[in-house]
Design a protein around this ligand. Structure first.
Ligand SMILES: Cc1ncc(COP(=O)(O)O)c(C=O)c1O
Length: 385
C-alpha cells in the first residue's frame, strides 16, 4: 500500500534490533528495559479492580477525573511547595502523550526546539511529527551530562521557541543542579523560551531534593511539567501520566486530545488516586533499591579496563563510556549480546552525541547486574586480548 512518504521508509532502530535479537536467545541478562522491575503494588491493582466493579467503565472527563487532579495538585504542593490548580493539570496516556500534546500546541512548521543532544528518543520523533527542527544542546561527560546554561547559550538561535529539559535524565542519569536551573531560567526569560520540563523521574533522586523547574522565580508561567505514574509507582502498563502548566496551554492540549484518545483509561486513573493517597512507602523502598543498585553496578562496570562509568545521582540508568574499546556503540551492543548474552542499548540511539556510550538500565537485581559486568569483562578480554 502507498504510505505517506514520511512513513514509507521506517526502519527498525538499533534499540529494536537488540530487543528482537535478545528475544530469540536463552540466558540473556537484559539491561535494556527502561521500566522498573517491580510490579505495581497489589493494593493499587485492587483499587483499579474496585473502580471497575463500582461502575467506572464509561468515558472519563477529557482532562481527567477531578479527584486525581486534586491529588496531583496536593502531591506537588506538599513535596515541593508548588501551587498548581486542578485546572492547570491534564491527565494523559503516559508522560509520552503529555509531551507530544504540548509540542503540538506550542510548535508550528519550522519551529526550533532545543533539547539535550543525548535524550529520550521519542522526543526526536515528536519534534519531527510536529514539523519542528531540533537544535541539540551539547552535553559533556565532564559535567555528568548536565545541560549547562553555557552550552544552552551557545546553541540558542533567534528561532528557538521551546526547550526540553529532563532531570533526572534518561539515558544519562544526569541531575540538574539548582545553579544550572537558575542559569537556564535566566536564559528562558531573556530569550522568551517555553520550557517542557520532563520530570518523570522526579522521585528517583538519591541525594538532596529534586527541584521542579516551574518552582524557580518567573518560570511557572513558561513551563509545562511532564510527569506520571509509570516509573514512580511501577505502573508502566497502565499508561497514565500528566502535564501541568499555564491553563491556556493545558486547555488546548485537552482539545487536541479529544481527537487522539478521548480521555485516559478510567481504571488507571482511579488506581493512580489510590497510589498517591497511600503508597509513598513503596516509592521510598523502590528508590532506595535503585540507589543501591546503580552504585554497585557503576563500580562494577567502571572497574572493567577500557570502560568508564560514573555513579548517577538519580534515575535508574548508567551511561557507560566505551570509547577506549574502539567499537561503535551498535557493534559493542550486538557483539556483547551475541557473545555473552548481555543486552544493552547503543548510546547512538539517543542522538549522535551518544555514540561512544551504552545505556544500562539497572532494572535487574544486584546479583544479575554483577554477573552482567563479569560477562562484559570477559567479552572485552576475549575480543581485545
Ligand atoms: C525521560 C522519559 N520521559 C517520558 C517517558 C514516558 O513515560 P510514560 O509514557 O510511560 O509515562 C519515559 C519512559 O521511558 C522517559 O524515560
Amino acid at each position: 500500500m502507498k504510505l505517506s512518504p514520511k512513513y514509507a521508509n521506517l526502519k527498525p532502530t538499533p534499540m529494536l534490533k537488540i530487543f528482537q535479537a535478545a528475544a530469540k536467545m536463552d540466558n540473556v541478562i537484559n539491561l535494556g528495559i527502561g521500566e522498573p522491575d517491580f510490579d505495581t503494588p497489589k493494593d493499587i491493582i485492587e483499587a483499579g479492580c474496585s473502580a471497575a466493579k463500582e461502575g467506572f467503565t464509561h468515558y472519563p472527563p477529557v482532562m481527567g477525573f477531578f479527584d486525581l487532579r486534586e491529588e496531583i495538585s496536593s502531591y506537588w504542593s506538599k513535596k515541593y511547595g508548588l501551587s498548581v490548580l486542578p485546572d492547570e493539570i491534564m491527565i494523559t496516556t503516559g508522560g509520552i502523550q503529555a509531551s507530544y500534546l504540548a509540542l503540538q500546541v506550542l510548535c508550528e512548521e519550522g519551529s526550533e526546539i532545543l533539547m539535550p543532544a543525548i535524550c529520550f528518543t521519542p522526543y526526536f520523533q515528536q519534534a519531527d511529527f510536529v514539523g519542528a527542527k531540533v537544535r541539540a544542546v551539547p552535553l559533556d561527560e565532564e559535567n555528568q551530562f548536565r545541560l549547562t546554561p553555557e552550552s544552552l547559550s551557545r546553541a540558542i538561535t533567534p528561532k528557538s521557541r521551546v526547550l526540553i529539559l529532563n532531570s533526572p535524565a534518561n539515558p544519562t542519569g544526569a541531575v540538574q543542579t539548582e545553579e544550572d536551573l537558575r542559569g537556564i531560567a535566566k536564559i528562558a526569560e531573556e530569550k522568551d523560551l517555553v520550557v517542557i520540563s520532563d520530570e518523570i523521574y522526579e522521585a528517583f533522586i538519591f541525594d538532596g531534593k529534586h527541584i521542579p523547574f516551574s518552582s524557580l522565580p518567573g518560570m511557572k508561567d513558561r513551563t509545562i511539567t511532564i510527569s506520571g505514574f509509570s516509573k514512580t509507582y511501577a505502573m508502566t502498563g497502565w499508561r497514565i501520566g500528566y502535564a501541568f502548566g499555564p491553563s491556556d496551554v493545558i486547555r488546548a492540549m485537552g482539545v487536541i486530545s479529544v481527537a487522539q484518545s478521548m480521555g485516559v483509561n478510567t481504571l488507571a486513573q482511579k488506581a493512580a488516586v489510590f497510589a498517591l493517597r497511600n503508597r509513598d512507602d513503596f516509592v521510598h523502598e523502590m528508590v532506595n533499591t535503585y540507589k543501591r543498585r546503580t552504585s554497585v553496578a557503576a563500580e562494577a562496570f567502571d572497574s572493567i579496563p577500557s570502560l568508564k562509568c560514573q555513579k548517577p545521582k538519580g534515575g535508574f540508568y548508567l551511561f557507560v563510556n566505551i570509547k577506549e574499546t574502539g567499537m561503535d556503540s551498535v557493534t559493542f551492543c550486538m557483539e556483547a549480546l551475541e557473545k555473552v548474552q548481555v543486552a544493552m542499548i547503543p548510546g547512538v540511539s539517543f542522538g549522535q552525541e551518544g555514540e561512544g556510550y551504552v545505556r544500562i538500565a539497572c532494572t535487574v537485581d544486584e546479583a544479575k547486574l554483577l554477573e552482567a559486568a563479569e560477562r562484559v569483562r570477559r567479552f572485552l578480554e576475549e575480543t581485545q586480548p
